[in-house]
Design a binder for this molecule. Structure first.
Ligand code: ADP
Ligand code: MG
Ligand code: MG
Length: 879
């Protein structure tokens, strides 16, 4: 059997994305659905792979297949390729299995030459159309195949328009276009030292090779790297008969989304241009018309599009982004794909599709990316600040969000500024794929040209980046590096602010606020809670944090860092005296000052959290962190402690440690100074009892001992603590339930977790320290070399961002197994940074942990990740 490298559109279907590319697979699917797709065929991604294997040439077998399919196409269309009277013209379109917008290029009107353009003109009685098609073809062919810069051609059109005093391309007449074609061919000759190829077959072969070769152009490689796309064969090439949107005012081209990609609203959203072809809409050369205007100009076509949009959405079970062309009042479909969308609309659409019975609840949840939740939680301008801000222009609200930064005119300058930690706004006439590296690193994007489906708008929405597009009220001069607006001029480095939700551009930097989450979001969160099995708690140190966490749906607090309470202005002096006291009495005095403050903190937090669990960690960091550094602070402290400056300095020096991360910290502090632990526990318990007495709030504090490496440490400190608790109970004449557990963050603790479990009421993994000690990577110093590890592929991910499943994760697994051997229903959580990381959460789900805890702003992300993990791994049994 000979290998098959070419598929006709009526042979494929949407499942064949890997083979036909997504564009090809969807063209085939639409053909199968009997939608009006111009006929054509697809060279598979495997043929691209073989093309590189054949040293970038078209081998015999492929040639034959192409010939056979061309014949078929000629039969279907009743036109002949290479015909001089009424030629079959083709579009050559790339498309890999992942949509890579604009990464590889399209050539339209292929097959035209000096003779057939005359034939086309005669056959259609439309000279303007024929020469417009030819000049487009020469331009695209020169760009894609010969890499002649587009500006060379554009400047010719601009010149002719200037001489004729017209604004738009479509106002050029046949004679203008004829002379433009002549000039284009001269440029081609100048640049390539060859005449423009006249043989359609040669044109076709060159085009196919160029599309294949574009798979490995630097832009495409960069895009794949950025999106972690690997293991693909290559791009497919779609060869399709042309339909013409540039035949006059009853022709046109456009793009529609089945819903508003900004809000998710269920209504057609899109743009079109009359008498235009192909990329005119997307490239932002002319500002297009809103799709609703088509309802006035061509109501039948509008309704046909609406109907098709509805069917396609149902068929694909997702919002579609559809490209169409109208030729002489007849509609043709050229592409459909799942539309890119903002986080806000992603949620609205997923929820809505479930309510419409199109997808299940689980499918709806799986549709939303945790990063999209993150997008929702950020950036809006402060309402008061915005009133005072100076607006200078309004463009299209292309991608929501708010951004402030310094003006940069090129992707390179954005990247440079980014390296220095400077926030930027990329300001360009219009963007193109070359700008992507800069778009990634800018806070926001402003363009003067282009519509809602322009490159800038589409890419920004995909990235969740704020974008104002088509802002023609400002004049952007890229060479001059200025932005002119009605009252003035801005230069590179000046601050501007963009509101991607209104399209307004402001001067200066504007303060931002926390966003509010809509009703749909809450609905989604309810579904999440129905499905997820792992609880999500928050790390919070203040009542305000706790409130925020609750608002985001935290189911408790997994970590209160009591030392954060110590850092408050008015307390640190007592803390310092507590640490530096040379006698137990002095220390007791300082501790007594701290007691009511800590107690009040806990009381407030219990108050916010009600009966939800609250885990409080006893003092953890090395003590020198509290020490004064400034000369005058030391002097001041010496005075309050009635010590001489030397004496105090001496004690501070004594406290200095060579390696404080492995020094006197965590439970080790409690072993040396049990009175500190006693004070903290007293505060915890007294506050809890008072909550019960005053507010009938049944608080059961979870007291957590950090940095345990041996069960004997726990036994010692527990005895101290429980003795203190007994005293509190006696004094208050009341007992309440409480739990004493440990952090598991020293590797030795994971190895002896069974012994520790005998004494502990719960475990909470401190995966930051566990990673630090497990890898031997200092958390404070690893920044300088981890990036090298990633670059050289020694590490795939930063182990402090995502848990290292192979190593550190195995320590966690071991400790879980050992702990649950002793206590089968043992409560086990995670309170390190990994508690908010989706990939890590999936791993913790597999291990059957009870909860994860993360910073309040990550709680919604963690909840979604937990639900998705539960859908993927429903039985969270430990293997
Ligand atoms: P991209 O991947 O950049 O969207 P496409 O291959 O979809 O590139 O081509 C860009 C545009 O070219 C399409 O949106 C459409 O307007 C036009 N086009 C492509 N093929 C044809 C065709 N057969 N007839 C008419 N226009 C076409
Ligand atoms: Mg397209
Ligand atoms: Mg720790």
């Amino acid at each position: 059997m000979t290998e098959k490298y070419v598929y006709s559109f009526n042979e494929g279907n949407k499942e064949l994305k890997d083979l036909l590319g997504s564009k090809g697979a969807n063209l085939a699917e639409m053909t199968k659905m009997l939608l009006p797709v111009p006929p054509g065929f697809t060279l598979t991604t495997e043929s691209c792979k073989r093309f590189f294997y054949e040293k970038q040439s078209i081998w015999n077998g492929l040639d034959k297949e192409i010939d056979a399919h061309l014949k078929q196409l000629e039969q279907l269309t009743g036109k002949k390729f290479s015909d001089m009277e009424n030629p079959l013209l083709l579009s050559i379109r790339s498309g890999a299995s992942h949509s890579m917008p604009g990464m590889m290029d399209t050539i339209l009107n292929l097959g035209l030459n000096d003779q057939s353009v005359v034939g086309l003109s005669n056959a259609t009685s439309n000279e303007r159309f024929a020469y417009d098609s030819y000049r487009r073809f020469i331009q695209m062919f020169s760009d894609v195949v010969m890499e002649i810069p587009k500006v060379r051609f554009e400047s010719i059109i601009e010149k002719v328009k200037k001489i004729k005093e017209i604004e738009l391309d479509k106002d050029l007449d046949g004679d203008d276009l004829k002379s433009i074609v002549k000039k284009y061919k001269e440029i081609y000759l100048q640049e390539t030292k060859n005449e423009f190829p006249q043989d359609p077959m040669e044109q076709l072969r060159l085009a196919i090779k160029a599309v294949f070769a574009s798979w490995n152009n630097p832009r495409a490689i960069f895009y794949r790297e950025m999106h972690n796309i690997s293991k693909l064969n290559g791009t497919a090439v779609n060869i399709q008969s042309m339909v013409f949107g540039n035949k006059g005012e009853s022709s046109g081209t456009g793009v529609v989304f089945t819903r508003d990609p900004g809000t998710g609203d269920k209504k057609l959203f899109g743009e079109f241009l009359l008498n235009a072809q192909g990329e005119d809409v997307v490239a932002g050369i002319r500002t297009p018309n809103d799709i609703v205007e088509l309802n006035i100009l061509m109501p039948e076509i509008y309704h046909q599009i609406k109907e098709i949009a509805r069917n396609l959405e149902k068929h694909y079970k997702d919002m579609q982004d559809i490209e169409f062309t109208i030729e002489d009042g007849t509609l043709f479909l050229l592409q459909t794909r799942n539309g890119k969308r903002t986080a806000h609309s992603a949620i609205a659409i997923a929820v809505d599709l479930h309510k419409d019975g199109v997808i299940t609840k689980e499918e709806a949840l799986m549709r939303i990316k945790p990063q999209q939740i993150e997008q929702l939680l950020h950036s809006n301008f402060d309402e008061n600040a915005i009133i005072k801000a100076t607006s200078i222009a309004k463009g299209l609200a292309a991608s929501p969000g708010a951004a402030s930064g310094r003006i940069c005119f090129t992707a390179e300058s954005v990247e440079e500024a980014y390296k220095k930690g400077i926030k930027t706004i990329l300001v360009r006439q219009e963007t193109s794929p070359e700008d992507i590296s800069g778009m990634v690193k800018a806070e926001g994007i402003l363009t003067a040209r282009g519509g809602m489906t322009s490159h800038a708008a589409v890419v920004a929405r995909g990235m969740g980046k704020c974008c104002v597009a088509g802002c023609s009220q400002v004049k952007i001069h890229e060479e001059e590096k200025t932005v002119k607006y009605k009252d003035g001029v801005l230069h590179e480095g000046d601050f501007i602010s963009l509101d991607g939700t209104t399209g307004i551009v402001y001067l200066d930097e504007i303060e931002k606020t926390k966003p509010t989450l809509g009703e749909t979001f809450r609905e989604l969160m309810d579904w999440i809670d129905e499905i997820k099995t792992i609880s999500v708690r928050a790390n919070a140190d203040t009542p305000e944090d706790a409130k925020q966490a609750l608002e985001f749906g935290a189911e408790g607090i997994g970590l209160i860092r009591t030392e954060h309470m110590f850092f408050k202005e008015n307390r640190v002096s007592s803390v310092r005296r507590m640490i530096l006291s040379s006698t137990a009495e002095e220390r007791a005095k300082a501790l007594n000052e701290l007691l009511p403050m800590q107690k009040n903190d806990f009381y407030q937090i219990y108050d916010v959290m009600g009966e939800l669990p609250v885990t409080i960690r006893l003092l953890d960091p090395p003590l020198h962190e509290f020490m004064p550094v400034k000369e005058e602070e030391i002097r001041e402290l010496a005075k309050t402690m009635s010590l001489s400056l030397e004496e105090l300095n001496g004690r501070i020096t004594e406290l200095h440690e060579v390696n404080p991360m492995l020094g006197h910290r965590g439970v080790r502090l409690g072993i040396t100074y049990p009175e500190i632990s006693r004070m903290q526990v007293r505060a915890i318990m007294e506050a809890a009892i008072e909550q019960q007495v005053n507010k009938n709030n049944e608080v059961e504090p979870e007291i957590m001992i950090p940095l345990i490496s041996d069960v004997k440490e726990l036994i010692y400190i527990k005895a101290e603590i429980e003795d203190e608790i007994k005293k509190v109970f006696t004094e208050k004449r009341k007992t309440i339930s409480y739990h004493i557990g440990t952090m598991i963050e020293v590797p030795r603790a994971t190895l002896t977790a069974d012994k520790i479990a005998e004494e502990a009421d719960f475990f909470s993994f401190g995966t930051n320290d566990l990673t630090q000690m497990g890898f031997g990577f200092s958390r404070d110093d690893s920044g300088s070399f981890i990036s090298d590890y990633m670059e050289k592929n020694i590490l795939e991910q930063g182990p402090f961002d995502t848990i290292d499943q192979e190593g550190i994760g195995q320590l966690v697994k071991l400790a879980v197994e050992k702990g649950r051997q002793i206590k089968p229903n043992f409560k086990i959580g995670v309170c390190g940074e990994h508690g908010g990381d989706p990939a890590s959460i999936e791993f913790f789900q597999k291990l059957g942990l009870t909860y994860v805890s993360c910073s309040p702003f990550r709680v919604p992300i963690a909840r979604l990740a937990a639900a998705q993990a539960a859908i993927r791994y429903p039985s969270s049994k430990i293997k």
